[in-house]
Every structure is written in structure tokens, then in C-alpha cells.
Unconditional design. Structure first.
Length: 174
């Protein structure tokens, strides 16, 4: 008899207990929704293409699941939320720019923690117009980084609220 092997994407196995969909995650851990949301700050990074008012949006892969996301992270001591978003954009994608102080929106998702637990998170998203792209940065080589049209960026991300933020995003030229 041939041994059965499970690939990395198999769900509900001892090797990979993480279910694939958000609904499956919620069905297994409904109590997590009532334990309170954790705060994160994200950067919706964009650049002008030079073609009228067209822009490109930066999306990156997460380090653990490889899904498409925007740079984001936890609050930082002695940093304002928009400053934390700027720092995350630099560390995760090698881009620098000035973040607006007021968030353009927020989205929610479930984050798998290193200890195997799951935490519901709310991410306040800050607009960051990218002024500089560097090749050397903290998480270089750990993520894929691409610039896409807003419609393609929205298509790639999984979180519905983030898709809406990207599609509705309309920066004004200075």
C-alpha cells in the first residue's frame, strides 16, 4: 500500500491545522471574535505612473502564507500610527514615503500567531506616496513585491474590506 502524503495546502491535518477559508477559521474558533480585536497599522503604498492620473499600488506576500497583502504591523512605542505604517513599508517592502496622518480606512482579518493561536485584527490603513525604492531592506528576500494597477492589486488581496479600500482609493496629485 502506498503511503498517503499531505501537501502544504492540505487542511485540517495534524501537519497543517489551519483551515483554508476565513469562514472555516471562524467556525472552529468563534470565541476568538469576542476576545477583542488587536490593532495594527498598514500602508497603502502607491506611485504615479506618469500616465495622466494613473497609479500603481504596492502589494507584497506575507511571510507565512504567501497571500497578497499590504505592509502592516503592530503599534510601535513612541511612534504615531502613520509613522508606524511608514516604518512597516520600509522594513517589509523597501519603500519610503510620507504617510498621511489620517487613515483612509480600515479592514479586519484573522492573524495566525507564532504560538498557533489566532487573533482577530483591525488594520488602520494610511496612504503612503512612495518617493524612494531601495534594494536593501530588513525583510529583503522574504517576500514577493509587485506594483500593480488598483484593479489587479484588489484582485490579488484576499480580505474583502481591503479590496474595497484599494478600488475606492483616489489620491490627488499635489
Amino acid at each position: 500500500m502506498k503511503p498517503v502524503t499531505k501537501d502544504k495546502k492540505s487542511q485540517n491535518t495534524k501537519q497543517n491545522p489551519k483551515p483554508r477559508t476565513l469562514l472555516q477559521q471562524l467556525a472552529q474558533m468563534p470565541e476568538k471574535l469576542f476576545s477583542g480585536f488587536r490593532q495594527q497599522y498598514g500602508a497603502l503604498c502607491f506611485r504615479w505612473t506618469g500616465d495622466d492620473d494613473a497609479i500603481e499600488i504596492l502589494v507584497i506576500t506575507s511571510r507565512d502564507s504567501g497571500r497578497w497583502v499590504i505592509p502592516k504591523g503592530w503599534p510601535m512605542k513612541k511612534k504615531q500610527p502613520h509613522e508606524a505604517a511608514e516604518i512597516e513599508a520600509w522594513q517589509e517592502a523597501g519603500v519610503r514615503g510620507r504617510a498621511r496622518k489620517k487613515p483612509i480606512g480600515r479592514y479586519t482579518y484573522l492573524k495566525w500567531l507564532d504560538n498557533g493561536d489566532v487573533a482577530p485584527c483591525v488594520v488602520d490603513v494610511f496612504q503612503v506616496e512612495v518617493a524612494e525604492v531601495e534594494k536593501n531592506f530588513k525583510e529583503r528576500g522574504q517576500r514577493e513585491i509587485v506594483w500593480l494597477s488598483p484593479s489587479e492589486a484588489a484582485y490579488r488581496v484576499r480580505e474583502v474590506e481591503l479590496k474595497s479600500l484599494i478600488i475606492d482609493f483616489n489620491p490627488k496629485k499635489k
